[in-house]
Design a binder for this molecule. Structure first.
Ligand code: UDX
Length: 426
């Protein structure tokens, strides 16, 4: 068997698992993708992809011959030696990661020494070592994912780096994992398991820190008369800083940043170390979501009975994911202030049914802005930039007030059209 044609098991076919399975199939490997949810497996076997990720449905279809979806773990174990673990590790109430699904996979693996777990799920630093201590015969490789929703296929196929962590006994498995990524021509960081686990958490925590940092610069800029977009442009050209993740806004959300920052802080806390910086990163992010309320009150006074339209629900564009989305917090806070909230998102509308209290879910942006006293742009979906703001939108609104939570709209054009415009840090 050549290294380029290694049969692969993917355990857990959520967003990470499906992207991983489809991309390895695209690279020419036979993939056995196993999930415990029978309906999901059935629909995937029919070629129906239940996840909104650009290009994914097409990739699954094109590679249908090499993609075998199953609920049967023994199928995956029979065909593949490398088992990419892509199960959920959600936070518990204490902020620690819930590893029960990882444990369930271990249970199903039995005492096989032929197989290796290749951990893609984000786990606390130390997880791999503790698994290996309990099960010295089981191969274990840490191979964290760095995929961004909305560009996951591109991220998988053109990674900045591939991280492969393994201890001495699992080196042969680690070599096989690294070989799978050879066609991608990316630097491979071969390291120990704990360091690989830390690379993942530290990377996300660093990016979240960068966002909270620029958000604080934005908040200070508002009072000092600077424009954070200009500041970010000037900072980003410094090679040591770089232009990415310097976009000020109404806070980061999603399935990774909030969870991973919290997890790293908690992990440090468990060792007796108070990670002060991350405590501040989390607090700044929470306050950032709420600052919008103050901006609305500045212009509208008390919000009781005011009609507020939220454009965008997803935590960022090109996804229907609403996990930890700022829209959810904002909608709750606005209703708490007595406002009537209407919301629109091009794809995430159905996802929020039942989650937004009394908020009205609209079928279009124009329906949402109709009769509104204010519009808050929450997610920078391209279609919001293409709305006829000066004409149709302004005509429909009761008060022409826009809070642009992503500094996405054409500020000058809106002001010229008679809008009151509030951005972030400008
Ligand atoms: C992130 C990491 O980027 C990825 O490597 C990891 O595997 C999973 O978590 P993702 O959650 O898909 O990916 O989203 P990302 O594009 O990183 O954005 C996260 C949040 O930060 C979004 O809410 C986004 O709006 C916000 N953000 C991002 C900013 O507010 N400003 C920025 O400059 C960048």
């Amino acid at each position: 068997m050549s290294a380029e044609r290694e049969p692969i098991g993917v355990i857990g076919v959520g967003w990470v698992g499906l992207v991983t399975a489809a991309c390895f199939a695209e690279l020419g490997h036979e993939v056995w993708a196993r999930d415990i949810v029978a309906e999901k497996v059935e629909s995937l076997s029919r070629g129906e992809v239940p996840i909104h990720e650009p290009g994914l449905a097409e990739l699954v279809m094109e590679n249908a011959e090499r993609l075998h979806f199953t609920t049967d773990m023994t199928e995956a174990l029979k065909h593949a030696r490398l088992l990419f673990v892509c199960v959920d590790t959600p936070p518990t109430y204490s902020g620690d990661a819930d590893l029960s699904r990882v444990e369930a996979v271990l249970g199903e693996l039995g005492d096989s020494t032929d197989h290796a777990l290749v951990m893609k799920s984000t786990v606390p630093v130390g997880t791999g070592r503790s698994i290996q201590r309990r099960r010295p015969g089981t191969g274990y490789v840490s191979n964290p994912e760095f995929l961004q929703e909305g560009s996951a296929l591109k991220d998988f196929m053109n990674p900045d780096r591939v991280v492969v962590g393994a201890d001495e006994s699992s080196q042969p498995f680690a070599e096989r994992v690294a070989a799978l990524y050879a066609p991608l021509d990316a630097p491979v960081v071969k390291t120990d398991v704990a360091s690989a686990e830390m690379v993942k958490l530290a990377s996300n925590a660093f990016l979240a820190t960068k966002i909270s940092f620029i958000n604080e610069i934005a908040n200070v800029s508002e009072d000092l008369g600077a424009d954070v977009s200009e500041v970010a442009r000037g900072m980003g050209l410094d090679d040591r800083i770089g232009p990415k993740f310097l976009q000020a806004g109404i806070g980061y959300g999603g399935s990774c940043f909030p969870k991973d920052v919290q997890a790293l802080k908690q992990l440090a806390g468990n060792t007796g170390y108070h990670f002060q910086l991350l405590t501040a990163v989390i607090e700044v992010n929470e306050l950032q979501k709420r600052r919008t309320i103050g901006k609305l009150q500045k212009h509208l006074g008390p919000l009781v009975g005011k009609e507020v339209a939220l454009l965008g629900l997803a935590f960022k564009p090109n996804t229907d994911d609403i996990r930890e989305a700022t829209s959810l917090v904002l909608s709750g806070r606005l209703q708490g202030e007595g406002a009537n909230v209407r919301v629109y998102d091009p794809v995430a509308g159905q996802r929020v049914e039942g989650l937004l209290g009394g908020a009205r879910i609209c079928a279009s942006a124009l329906e949402a802005v109709d009769g509104a006293d204010a519009v808050v742009l929450v997610t920078e979906w391209p279609e919001f930039g293409e709305l006829d703001w000066a004409g149709e939108v302004k005509r429909r609104m009761r008060e022409p007030l826009v809070v642009d939570g992503r500094n996405f709209l054409d500020r000058d054009a809106l002001i010229q059209a008679g809008f009151t415009y509030e951005g972030i840090g400008r």
